[in-house]
Design a protein around this ligand. Sequence first.
Ligand SMILES: *[C@@H]1O[C@H](CO)[C@@H](O)[C@H](O)[C@H]1NC(C)=O
Ligand SMILES: *[C@@H]1O[C@H](CO)[C@@H](O)[C@H](O)[C@H]1NC(C)=O
Length: 893
Amino acid sequence: MCSAMASAWWPWVLVLALLSGLAASGFPRSLLRLRGKRSLPEGVVDGIEIYSTKISCKVTSRFACNVVTTRAVNHADKAKEVSFDVELPKTAFITNFTLTIDGVTYPGNVKEKEAAKKQYEKAVSQGKTAGLVKASGRKLEKFTVSVNVAAGSKVTFELTYEELLKRHKGKYEMYLKVQPKQLVKHFEIEAHIFEPQGISMLDAEATFITNDLLSSALTKSFSGKKGHVSFKPSLDQQRSCPSCTDSLLNGDFTITYDVNRESPANVQVVNGYFVHFFAPQGLPVVPKNVVFVIDVSGSMSGRKIEQTRDALLKILEDIKEEDFLNFILFSGGVTTWKDHLVQATPENLEEARIFVRNIRDQGMTNINDALLRGISMLNKAREEHLTPERRTSVIIMLTDGDANTGESRPEKIQENVRNAIQGKFPLYNLGFGNNLNYNFLESMALENHGFARRIYEDSDANLQLQGFYEEVANPLLTDVEMEYPKNAILDLTQNSYQHFYDGSEIVVAGRLGDEDTNSFKADVKGRGALNDLTFTEEVNMKEMEEALKERDYIFGNYIERLWAYLTIEQLLEKRKNAHGEEKENLTAQALDLSLKYHFVTPLTSMVVTKPEDNEDQTAIADKPGEATSVTSSRAFQTSYQPPQNPYYYVDGDPHFIIQVPEKDDAICFNIDEDPSTVLRLIHDPVTGLTVNGQIIGDKEGSPDSKTRKTYFGKLGITNSQMDFRIEVTTEKITLWNGIAQSIFSWLDTVTITQDGMSLTINRKKNMVVSFGDGVTFVVVLHQVWRKHPVHQDFLGFYVVDSHRMSTQTHGLLGQFFHPFDFEVSDIRPGSDPTKSDATMVVKNHQLTVTRGSQKDYRKDVSSDMKVICWFVHNNGEGLIDGVHTDYIVPNLS
Ligand SMILES: *[C@@H]1O[C@H](CO)[C@@H](O)[C@H](O)[C@H]1NC(C)=O
Ligand SMILES: *[C@@H]1O[C@H](CO)[C@@H](O)[C@H](O)[C@H]1NC(C)=O
């Protein structure tokens, strides 16, 4: 586990229990009330001094382990009750709790709930106090323990909980509720974050930090893979006013961060377990067909319906023009805005706004008919091709109550909905307020690949609704499948997802079947807005394991615990919709893992044992319901085998090489032009293909263009027939389909396919693009040492197949795609004695040429493979048609 600490305790009366399912909001009783100052140390309230509270967080690869330690001493002359309250995220599992009184530690053990319950009931019947965990507010649940502490005795409470931080809207968030209720001499929050991908942003803020004084107690920093946050207010800084004895620390302390996204995925392997994080960036949004199914029954009247109208109006502002939408309102009956889905054109949106403003509440709640109407509308749009291709569908239902008319049996509604959707698109259920059967909404959403959310009846309900929509508004991929070598991986967590939403992350974890495997390859396949994509990653396990092992601040088995956490969470979720034997099986598996890994889940409880007396034990914690779902994932790598016969290429200080297979020989030439000049390499009016390249110079090139080295730094590949364009720089690769763009980095290994076009990026090496059968280009990336004083990264361009290009093809390379002939004679020593000169007759010109060689980097940028060629001087004069300046064009596309 992430860390540990020792402590002590006393006679006793300890019983901790966890009450589940109780939705208690607001703050705990004020057990220790302020009694004014005595001649005791500062911060003593009712005889009890809480002299230290430390919240220590360690996050490694999104997996957080938090330890909350509080130490108190009883200065009173009689025994006093001391309470310890911690609010923790609902998605977290408690993994340890210990009490230490006067040097004696009572550790917590995780037991099956049934067994623990008996002890708990016995303790309660004997009048002992119990510790509880109960729901508290929207995101948190509360763990509470009270113990009697003898006069002059010290007590230490230590609670540990773990959770996998989930990415929402582009960041991970960790909430800590801070509420010491009295001044604490040593109060500290300390978080250490370690992310192998590197941290890209980190922030920490607290709702109660309003003045400069208190903000000076907060430090936050990050660099490379490590981040650190510390909040350490002095006693004086904690006062709510300079002469006050009560604490102003009361509220949420939030740490947010994100990791670098240069690479779409990251795989980590430690001790036989792996985790795969997947969150590609830069892809265009997949257009949606979206149906909002809105409850307008009588119970929605007043503020709820107002807030719903408000949220829908805001959502309409966010809807994209490519999206199609419709509204279905239900009460006792069902009304629809339009008979079918309509596109979100400005005119339709204006009409939708008028419709939304006029929504009124009335009558009963007919969930069944409303959902079935919405589903059939989406199915029809898809089956009858009423909306454009390559889009996805989403149905979002909002209700504040239970079905009470039409089909109102929850099981029957679930069955109808399941049969209608048939797994084709997700259903999201929003439960407004508390007066409803949330389990039903959740179970129905989960079995249709969506999830449920509670919308809390509060002044910000409209923002909650809008916030939910933002999360699902931008799918970047659909039908995401993560594939691993079948025999090498065991106990895989969920590896297929209907959608990948922008700003989220998919996490998949598993166990390696054969620990001696050196590498494994993982593919992530998905459908994007424009094309199908396959992200490939190959991992060298040994190297990675070594690299991660060295980090001593990582808790050693974090991947195994992350895997266990994710597996338990998914088993519990599946269990919600399982029945009979299957349910028993899922329960048994989740219970085994909870016990093995010491997690307090809905199936287990924490029991604190008094060592000398096994009978007299009991401290219990259970989890309240409504845990939210986790998304997880991973990805990567392929390699490209270049064809054996490339004929034309340009690479290095732009050296053009034309191989003439009939002659078993090659011709080469150079073009000396200023940086930023764009040259036309290929242009075929028949296939619509054009390739242009832009020249860059060395970092501090000499002003004399004769000696300055130049390279290609950018390439533009355009297919006008497909309205498709690729721009390659040394940093990234951008694809345009019409105006829609996708951006990839050279750290990606990905294959993109669409309409016969296929493009593969091989991480940091090359990019291979084919248009149908018969046109294949390779772009090679040359990376130089970053701090090199002179050189910079550049690109090479190779035509490995051009047999489908027309005879009208032209350009500096393209003009040579047609058969042509040359004769070389009179080979003689040249001005440079190591090189021969010769006379070449080509295209009716007689030229003096020099024997030279040029590197061929197709296979490997560090290769020493050389091509011998006849060098044509003066910018290819006499070899190329016209003069070289004829090939200068204004821009890349
Ligand atoms: C629980 O915490 C105590 C005190 O830090 C530690 O000694 C013990 O090993 C922990 N138990 C587990 C299962 O990690
Ligand atoms: C229960 O789970 C095990 C795997 O742990 C599986 O082999 C077995 O078939 C399952 N039984 C049922 C009834 O689902």
